[in-house]
Design a protein around this ligand. Structure first.
Ligand code: EPZ
Length: 418
């Protein structure tokens, strides 16, 4: 259980290139189950969530090889396994394997993933969609057993634009004869990336990025080499750290479309932002303006995965900001830790009222989840003094060696094993 020791107060400067997006690589790894030839995913981050998903594929008999930043996956000889409680607890995204297991083996058994630090995380929308596709589902106390013998194409209307459910439905339909239409689909850039990946393997998916996705079933998929989009949340996180600390930072290989709402907020705070291709440059003097109302929501709204980080930045902004979290019901747990650092934040239901203070004070805090941990590191970088952030394992789920990247940008941060 590592911790970070951070001497705050340094401005950030320089250039960082983000790797392929965690929330793209995870569904793409699940999708590899549908293909019986080798696939290479380029520029993959060796983060713990990716490693846990590759371990599941290896348990199925798949071959995994990390060559520098290229991830080779060969599912030609895999066998069926149940995604048991140990696996769904180790990584919630294993639920995203329901669709691909059904597409490959016509069956899937997954333990309920349960809630996590940011919410209950139900999977009712996944289950409803699979039932529409003819999957017989038996729910026991701990497991969901899916019989896909009657899996067929159909029209699915999702009750809400769930990212994971959209991805599961696409994967369940890729090798299913006929035309499947998914309405009220999630429109996140990661969905478009999944579509492009499947089509690169010879699949036939269209409409991703809109709320109506069409999947025409094909008989088989062939191998490919694919470069997923850059991680907009990792890029946005480093930009947020620069906004809060002050500095001049360029982030490269960023999916600009997915960052648009985030960049608008940085500009509204008083940062100078310039984009060129897949590069974003942000300059901040550190003295920011408050944001009267910031609402998270499904894409293209402000992404929930950037909510904790921007909240940390706004703790010392001039004025009062109101943040409304509309995706996950428990995504303000990190606020208690920010209050230990002197932040003035009042929580009511899904709203956080952030009153800017002159400065945060160095403290000892603990991360409880991935993006909350990134927010605490952001806050620690903004203080003048030494802070300790416990729970590095949460941050490692989505950020590869964050301390090394921040050190190259001028931060004073070290990782210490506990
Ligand atoms: C994906 O989670 C991402 N994870 C999350 O990123 C991200 O925050 C989320 O999408 C929203 O953008 C991955 O891609 C691996 P949802 P997912 O289904 O698919 C409710 C991070 O920090 N819901 O779009 O689980 C759910 O409770 C992570 O990188 C149901 O009610 O999100 C939530 O309130 C965190 N029933 C809302 O929908 C369901 O069956 C959105 O969830 C499914 C979801």
């Amino acid at each position: 259980m590592d911790k970070f020791i951070i001497m705050g107060g340094n401005r950030l400067h320089g250039k960082v290139s983000v790797q392929s997006a965690k929330n793209t690589v995870l569904p793409l790894l699940s999708c590899c189950i549908l293909c019986k030839e080798q696939i290479v995913l380029k520029n993959c981050p060796c983060i713990s969530d990716v490693k846990k998903m590759t371990e599941i594929i290896e348990r199925m008999g798949g071959k995994i090889e990390f060559c520098d930043d290229d991830l080779k996956i060969d599912c030609s000889d895999i066998h069926y396994i149940e995604i048991n409680e140990e696996l769904t607890k180790s990584i919630r995204s294993s639920v995203f394997m329901l669709g691909s297991l059904l597409g490959r083996f016509s069956r899937a058994t997954v333990a309920y993933p349960g809630g996590c630090e940011i919410g209950k995380r139900p999977i009712d929308i996944h289950i409803a969609g699979l039932k529409t596709l003819g999957v017989q589902i038996m729910e026991t106390e701990k497991f969901i057993e899916c019989d896909g013998a009657e899996l067929h194409s159909d029209k699915i209307i999702l009750s809400m634009p769930s990212v994971g459910a959209t991805e599961n439905m696409i994967m369940a339909a890729v090798l299913t004869a006929g035309v499947t239409v998914i309405e009220n689909a999630a429109k996140e850039p990661e969905i478009e990336d999944l579509q492009n990946f499947i089509n690169a393997m010879g699949g036939n998916v269209s409409g991703a990025g809109s709320d109506k996705i069409t999947v025409v079933g094909v008989k088989r998929l062939h191998g490919c080499t694919y470069t997923p989009i850059g991680d907009r949340i990792v890029g946005g996180t480093y930009l947020a750290m620069c906004a809060g600390c002050g500095g001049d930072l360029t982030v490269c290989n960023c999916d600009m479309k997915g960052l648009s709402a985030v960049l608008d907020v940085f500009k509204a705070c008083g940062c100078w932002v310039e984009t060129c291709g897949t590069e974003v440059r942000l300059i901040s003097e550190g003295n920011l303006r408050a944001i009267p109302l910031l609402r998270t929501g499904p894409f293209p709204a402000f992404p929930t995965d950037m909510q904790p980080q921007i909240c940390a930045v706004l703790t010392t902004a001039d004025g009062v900001s109101l943040i409304e979290e509309n995706i996950f019901e428990s995504r303000f747990k990190y606020v208690r830790q920010l209050e230990l650092m002197g932040a003035d934040i009042a929580i009511q239901d899904r709203r956080a009222l952030v009153t800017g203070v002159n400065a945060l004070k160095p403290s000892i805090v603990s991360a409880e989840d991935l993006r909350g941990g990134a927010a605490l590191i952001t806050a620690a970088l903004m203080t003048d003094g030494v802070s300790v952030v416990y729970g590095a394992e949460h941050v490692d789920r989505g950020y590869f060696k964050i301390e090394e990247t921040l050190t190259t940008l001028g931060a004073d941060i070290v990782r210490v094993g506990c």
